[in-house]
Design a protein around this ligand. Structure first.
Ligand SMILES: Cc1cc2nc3c(=O)[nH]c(=O)nc-3n(C[C@H](O)[C@H](O)[C@H](O)COP(=O)(O)O)c2cc1C
Length: 162
């Protein structure tokens, strides 16, 4: 073995499960953020966590409204989903520009990405600052799935979706 950086390790250990985090924007509508640093953290109760950069917009939106949806998009959305990881929702209306179809599922939660393999309606429980990111730990209130879809994975850190 040899010593490497954590960024190099992220490439070596990819792929990661990928998700689009949908949050409410203070100006109205939904913001879509690409996220490969998410994980399941508990079965009972159902819980997930997602680590989001403190520079990004999504964390701010989630903190303000307390809910988000975590959607694993189908492979057909690879290009549009990648776009959601290249620009901030503070700068562009990613829902409008990407034309990713959204569907309102439950009151109080941002819409879900329609063409998803799995979508989870999440209620923020705790936000834990961790270095340059914040870990958003959430209870999953409802899980939706379409097993005919193939969920995207993130390869080589943030570089590629397949
Ligand atoms: C494939 C991929 C995966 C990403 N995963 C994460 C992640 O897990 N956490 C994070 O903070 N940013 C991640 N990013 C970067 C953000 O999506 C990107 O900075 C985005 O512009 C933030 O948008 P926002 O400011 O609207 O939240 C990822 C980008 C890509 C392309």
């Amino acid at each position: 073995m040899e010593e490497i950086t954590i960024s190099q390790a992220e490439v070596l250990t990819s792929p990661n499960p990928f998700a689009i985090i949908v949050s409410y924007k203070p100006s109205g509508g939904a913001n879509l953020t690409a996220a490969s640093w998410w994980t399941y953290v508990s079965n009972r109760p159902a819980m997930v966590a997602v680590s989001l950069s403190q520079k990004g917009f999504a964390g701010e939106c989630i903190t303000q409204y307390g809910t988000f949806t975590l959607c694993v998009p189908d492979k057909a959305l690879a290009e549009q989903a990648f776009y959601c990881g290249t620009v901030s929702g503070r700068v562009e209306d990613k829902a409008a520009i990407s034309k990713i179809a959204l569907r309102q599922w439950k009151e109080g939660f941002p819409p879900v990405v329609e063409n998803s393999q799995v979508a989870m309606l999440c209620r923020l429980e705790r936000a834990v600052p961790a270095g340059d990111h914040t870990l958003y730990i959430a209870q999953v209130e409802q899980v939706l799935a379409d097993s005919s879809k193939q969920g995207l994975k993130a390869y080589d850190g943030y570089r590629r979706l397949e």
